[in-house]
Write a protein that binds this ligand. Structure first.
Ligand code: ATR
Length: 257
């Protein structure tokens, strides 16, 4: 998506992938800077390690304790996090969801689930229901939110009444024979208006198919991938990201059409 965006804007830039052993991360960042790179993206497990390897952290990287975007500039190496903001943009753009005052059932309290929970809470949702196989992890996230966003009503477990959104942040659905992340004995799909699945491959998980059949608005995680990338693009280039071009390139790459 980045290369398509560079081409669309007439920038003679290239986006390339490198596999770096975590123990060489510091050397790789220094090397990229020495070679005149504009910036880099980092993925697991580098996002946490890089926090201590940049000259300055943007507020987003400080808040999430993770860096997925680095910019090399005259003022040094700066770390950013464009992941958390992408969740909010994706929900707004794909589902037209007004987060403030909404009621959300969040499935998953791993890395992605924790970030989503904290971000949604900071957007002043009214109620957040956290469900996770390992209940202790959901309780730990709930405790964090009670300190950070005391106005949000946070509950560990399924809601008793309707919600606006079910957000899947578990890895269930990546494999075709995975069980549903939603226990329909505890909560029926018809009790939510919308379902967002962070998984984007397959394009339609069993959860999304069932949600569609139940009449819910649905979207998959490709938009989160798009918006974190678009934000990084803007950080590096200082130009508005050509979203339609980037979306098309992503879809072609991932779905082959
Ligand atoms: P990520 O960084 O993608 O969030 P993760 O931190 O490993 O990855 O989190 C994976 C999530 O999927 C967790 O919520 C995990 O539940 P646990 O915290 O109980 O491990 C959930 N998950 C993965 N496999 C699962 C399964 N078979 N049944 C239920 N939940 C599962």
């Amino acid at each position: 998506m980045h290369n398509a965006a560079f081409a669309a804007l007439g920038l003679n830039w290239r986006y390339l992938a490198f596999e770096v052993d975590p123990e060489n991360l510091r050397a790789a960042i220094e090397g990229a800077r020495a070679m005149g790179f504009a910036g880099i993206n980092l993925t697991v497990p580098h996002k946490l390690l890089a926090v201590d390897m940049v000259d300055s952290l943007d507020a987003s990287a400080k808040k999430w304790g993770a860096v997925n975007t680095v910019r090399f500039g005259p003022d040094g190496t700066a770390g950013f996090n464009t992941d958390a903001g992408a969740i909010v943009t994706a929900l707004r753009e794909d589902l037209n969801l007004e987060l403030r005052g909404s009621r959300i059932l969040l499935l998953g309290a791993g890395g992605a689930g924790r970030t989503a929970a904290l971000k949604l809470a900071s957007e002043n949702v009214a109620e957040l229901f956290l469900v996770n196989r390992t209940v202790r992890k959901a309780e730990e996230v709930a405790a964090e939110i009670r300190i950070q966003s005391p106005a949000v009503n946070i509950v560990v477990g399924y809601p008793k009444s309707d919600v606006d959104l079910i957000l899947n942040a578990t890895s269930l659905g990546l494999q075709a024979d995975d069980p549903s992340p939603l226990d329909e004995r505890q909560f029926l799909l018809k009790k939510t208006r919308m379902v967002y699945d962070m998984i984007y491959r397959p394009a339609e998980t069993n959860l999304l198919a069932a949600a569609k059949a139940a009449g819910c608005g649905t979207a998959n995680g490709i938009s989160m991938l798009l918006y974190q990338g678009a934000k990084a693009f803007e950080i590096w280039t200082g130009q508005r990201a050509p979203l339609a071009v980037m979306r098309r390139a992503l879809e072609q790459n991932i779905y082959g059409h």
